[in-house]
Design a protein around this ligand. Structure first.
Ligand code: 5GP
Ligand code: MG
Ligand code: MG
Length: 185
């Protein structure tokens, strides 16, 4: 199946970014990251589950050694609205003291989850904490969170694929797209 041209039972309304476009953009970010962290150790922290694909592809685009660790967090809130009240479901295995940490995210929407995460990680004595996200929505710009590496700024639509889910489905699509309304209406 050619997942870049998803139709029929996968029900994508519109492809926003193809696998190729994602790969190209991650390569560009990788070159920036290599330059910025030259001579420094680097720990990538992926936020489960959405960041699995970005982490895998970004890490493999980097022509240098990195360590990878994972966190799972759950944001309390009503429905799809995130509240900024966050609970750690799976913590890091790594001691952050003195480490250069790069948080790897799939998407920043309100940015509430992320700003909580940054405060949490900064309290652990790292040398630095920066953020890389594949996607960012306009609302995130209202948060006082500086995001160093952004793949794409996207409109305020609900997107799936490349790690992003709707009810735990669509994460395994190679592209990123919007859902047809009849899937969720
Ligand atoms: P924030 O705290 O930035 O509002 O929440 C970010 C999280 O909300 C993301 O990690 C993701 O799980 C979810 N999210 C936000 N926007 C979208 C979207 O367009 N599609 C999907 N599948 N998840 C989203
Ligand atoms: Mg995420
Ligand atoms: Mg989700």
């Amino acid at each position: 199946m050619d997942q870049n041209h998803v139709e029929g039972d996968l029900e994508l309304d519109q492809t926003l970014y193809t696998e190729e476009q994602i790969t190209t953009r991650l390569q560009e970010l990788a070159r920036q990251i290599e330059a910025d962290y030259e001579g420094k150790d680097l720990l990538l922290v992926g936020v489960l589950k959405g960041a699995v694909m970005v982490m895998a592809d970004l890490a493999r685009s980097l022509e240098r050694h990195v360590e990878m660790d994972w966190m799972a967090v759950s944001s309390y809130g009503s429905g799809t609205q995130s509240s900024g009240v966050v609970r750690i479901l799976k913590d890091l295995d790594t001691d952050l003291n003195g480490r250069h940490v790069l948080i790897v995210e799939d998407i920043i929407d309100t940015g509430l989850t992320l700003s909580w995460l940054i405060t949490n990680l900064r309290s652990r004595g790292p040398a630095s904490v920066e953020i890389a996200t594949l996607l960012r929505k306009p609302d995130a710009l209202q948060m006082d969170v500086e995001v160093r590496y952004v793949g794409f700024d996207i409109p305020n639509a609900f997107v799936v694929g490349y790690g992003l889910d709707f009810n735990e489905r669509y994460r395994n699509l190679r592209c990123i797209g919007t859902l047809s309304p009849h899937v969720y209406l």
